[in-house]
Ligand binder design. Structure first.
Ligand SMILES: [Ca+2]
Length: 356
């Protein structure tokens, strides 16, 4: 709670028209050389509702619900490809303890029904998919906007591609978001005006490319959704697939209110530079934690599974809160959209020297 209160307060920053600077502790922002200052001159005020860059504390400790069955489910690790940075590592094995009716390593970041968000909300996160992430036809959910038992919208990984799915009034609609760039960070920004009516809007950018721009209904007729991230593979509740382990890394998980904009959501300090040159980057193998909590054991390839075994945890509460069985459709995700207007907003035009 501290972190996000802090953020809400700290991030009430206004970027003024010329000289733009952020109000609170922001020390200095320097325009990026090649960008025209005029382009930056949009008066903006913003507020982040949630932000975690995983540089300190337990991963997602200020989030609103953890559905983690094992010690390996969520840990803090060295950020693949970057030196001196941290990220969150989610791991799900097909023999992990059952959590809410299925195999999942998920965290609810904000809950619409508890008033954490409003209708107009921005979400963003960076995702790293290890090179040995096995492609298979059975999908897993990595993000879901969940309302009473169903994911009215979700992002999934299926056959080496990202997929956006709506599941509204029992109807599934999928949109392909392209092939996954493994061994590199994929930056997602999602803007949703959550609505059961025609005033809804869904915009999805991946690596600065707008892939979905869809007006109209994007939730079920219910409370505002909760946003969950991590890994959820419903098939593993009672079946095996061609792989037995999934590992994903997340960084810079943010939620912003209507005063936020694309630039603020897309900008992350680590995107600017400290990229490591080497390779060790990962396949999930090598990076284990430097430090912080959680062990991250894993050495091997992501799904090779040779080593599963763990269990640990507690979990097992079975409930079914969101089953996403593809088949049963209970909690699905799907969606996709079509139109693609590709507007390419510039990113990272200015720097902040503080961390939230
Ligand atoms: Ca980080």
């Amino acid at each position: 709670m501290k972190k996000h209160q802090k953020i809400t307060n700290l991030f009430m920053c206004s970027i003024l028209i010329s000289g733009f600077f952020a109000c609170d502790l922001t020390q200095q922002e320097e325009p990026i050389a090649e960008e025209s200052p005029l382009l930056l001159a949009t008066a903006t005020s913003s507020s982040f509702i949630f932000y975690d860059d995983f540089e300190s504390g337990e991963p997602l400790e200020d989030a609103h619900g953890h559905e983690l069955g094992a010690d390996h489910s969520l840990t803090s690790v060295s950020k693949p490809g970057y030196s001196g940075e941290k990220a969150a590592r989610f791991e799900l094995r097909d023999n992990d303890p059952i959590v809410k009716g299925s195999r999942r390593a998920e965290v609810t970041i904000v809950k619409g029904e508890d008033g954490h968000i409003e209708k107009d909300t921005w979400y963003s996160f960076d995702l790293y998919v290890p090179k040995d992430y096995v492609d298979e036809d059975d999908d897993e959910v990595i993000n879901q906007w969940h309302q009473s038992g169903n994911a009215s919208a979700s992002i999934r990984i299926k056959n080496g591609r990202f997929l956006w799915r709506y599941y509204i009034n029992g109807q599934r609609e999928d949109f392909d978001l392209g092939s996954i760039k493994k061994e590199s960070w994929n930056s997602f920004v999602i803007h949703m005006i959550h609505s059961y009516g025609s005033d809804g809007l869904t915009e999805v950018w991946l690596n600065d490319e707008k892939l979905l721009d869809r007006k109209g209904r994007n939730i079920n007729d219910d409370d505002l959704p909760k946003w969950k991230i991590g890994i959820y593979k419903s098939k593993w509740a009672d079946e095996k697939t061609t792989t037995s382990r999934r590992v994903l890394y997340y960084d810079n998980v943010k939620v912003g209110d209507s005063r936020t904009d694309y630039e603020l959501m897309a900008y992350n300090e680590t995107n600017e530079g400290s990229e490591e040159q080497d390779d060790d980057t990962t396949s999930d193998s090598g990076n284990n934690d430097s430090g912080s909590s959680g062990g991250d054991s894993d050495s091997g390839s992501d799904d090779s599974s040779g080593d599963n075994g763990d269990s640990s945890g507690d979990s097992s509460s079975d409930e079914d809160e969101d089953n996403n069985d593809d088949s049963s459709e209970v909690d699905n995700d799907d969606s996709g959209s079509d139109d693609d207007q590709r507007r390419r907003p510039r990113r990272n035009r200015w720097k902040r020297n503080h961390r939230w």
